[in-house]
Design a protein around this ligand. Structure first.
Ligand SMILES: [Zn+2]
Length: 445
């Protein structure tokens, strides 16, 4: 009997052990495929001879008619003051794509060196990707670096009226799709190394109280041989080292930062702005290309260091959720601009209820192994970013701002100042609360 018990015990142990092995296997690494690519979105600049030296183009002044349409086509720079046309190109702008895939789930992250990219444009890209490659729209995220020295992709910075150039926008869209196509074609088995550090040196908070998010998060996607496919960086600072005096197209500090990372690691480096609102801006006295380069280089150095010390954790989960919210437009300035057609076909996507107009905007929640990501459709105040990070329980807490729309600043309701600058560039007082409560639900479920 004793021997029987012993045998039974051994048998139970074996069964238990193999059960654990199966459970372990279930929890084990998923097969992760990854691909990355980038395409230039630098606009073509038509120059002219300013014969009367008034700093403006006047009829009959000779110009380079690059598209042969018989007229001078300015590229209005988005950000800062109106009517700032580009005189040339300092460095290129890019559309960069990362695709991750496991079983039935795909995740497409696209970074654009633009001031913002509105819902109608995002929608048309999502639809094109879904139709061509069968990837659901809610697994596609398109974010802007909030670059203040690129073409006006929103429509707010023309000399009078919209600064959007339809030719430039069509080119941008075509290049995004091209980068997605190459990224899909390049997919291979991959693993991820995670990096995390804090780096407050270049940032200042231009709006009291001083609440900064100085997290510098990154991850490096590598193939089975250890070659880098992509490096992703998430940092919360306005891309405006170059200010209103600059007249050359540049990707600002994210340009230098990603260029350095690509040189160091290889592959494609993508930058995603975080909670840049309220008001995380570069702490610089001189808004020059030299300073811009220094900031980009110092950030690259920090990222390289944190990724060298970073961990490669087996990826057990890839989860992607996205939800479209309808946010009321309370700001009369926005309604007026919408009426004037400044925001383009966004107007056709508005919903009306009880005499109020609502604009669609996406929020998202992503989990890749030990990292959680939230996405917000504008410039979130770090105060609100912290509320989200407090609920994100995993080690790496990414926040992608200006994603799938740019609705302007997202201000904490209790901090609302009717005369504030950020408020004047915001949908309304309730926007922040609505976005945060919906995101908290997404995080918790
Ligand atoms: Zn901004």
């Amino acid at each position: 009997m004793c021997r029987m018990m012993e045998l039974l015990f051994i048998f139970c142990c074996l069964v238990f052990h193999s059960f654990l092995a199966i459970a372990d296997e279930l929890k084990q690494e998923i097969v992760l495929l990854a691909g990355a690519s980038k395409e230039k979105i630098t606009p073509t600049i038509e120059t002219f001879s300013d014969i009367n030296e008034n700093g403006k183009y006047d009829l009959k002044e000779p110009f380079t008619d690059l598209n042969n349409n018989g007229s001078w086509d300015p590229v209005w720079l988005g950000g800062n003051q109106n009517g700032r046309f580009a005189l040339g190109v300092h460095d290129d702008l890019w559309a960069k794509t990362l695709i991750l895939e496991s079983n039935q789930t795909s995740l497409i992250l696209i970074s654009l060196d633009l001031i913002g990219f509105l819902f109608d444009e995002v929608n048309s890209i999502q639809t094109a990707i879904s139709e061509k490659w069968g990837i659901p729209a809610e697994q596609i995220f398109i974010a802007s670096t909030h670059n203040h020295s690129g073409p006006d992709a929103i429509g707010l910075w023309g000399e009078s009226g919209s600064g959007k150039n339809s030719e430039t926008l069509s080119f941008v869209k075509a290049q995004i799709l091209k980068s997605v196509e190459t990224a899909i074609q390049n997919k291979k088995k991959a693993k991820i190394v995670w990096g995390k550090t804090e780096y407050s040196n270049p940032i200042q908070d231009a709006r009291p109280p001083t609440i900064l998010n100085d997290l510098l998060l990154s991850f490096r996607v590598e193939d089975e041989q250890g070659l880098t496919l992509a490096t992703i960086v998430n940092y919360s600072m306005h891309a405006e080292v170059l200010n209103e005096k600059n007249r050359l197209v540049t990707a600002d500090y994210p340009g230098t930062l990603t260029e350095k990372l690509e040189k160091h690691f290889g592959g494609v480096a993508l930058f995603f702005a975080g909670d840049v609102g309220g008001m995380q801006t570069p702490k610089v006295f001189f808004h020059t290309f030299y300073i811009c380069k220094k900031i980009g280089e110092s950030l690259a150095k920090e990222v390289i260091l944190s990724l060298k010390q970073g961990k490669s954790v087996p990826i057990e989960t890839l989860r992607v959720k996205q939800e479209t919210l309808l946010l009321p437009i309370e700001n009369p300035k926005f309604l007026e601009a919408m009426e004037k057609g400044i925001f383009g076909s966004t107007k056709n996507l508005l919903k009306e209820s009880d005499g109020k107009l609502f604009i669609p905007a996406d929020i998202g929640f992503i989990q890749i192994g030990p990292a959680q990501f939230v996405t917000v459709p504008g410039e979130l105040f770090p105060e609100l970013g912290q509320v989200l990070r407090n609920e994100m329980k995993l080690e790496y807490k990414f926040l992608i701002g200006l994603c799938n729309n740019e609705i302007g600043y997202i201000v904490p309701e209790e901090d609302w100042n009717p005369n504030g600058y950020e408020e004047s560039m915001s949908l309304g007082q309730k926007t922040g609360t609505m976005i945060i409560s919906s995101l908290l639900k997404l995080i918790k479920n």
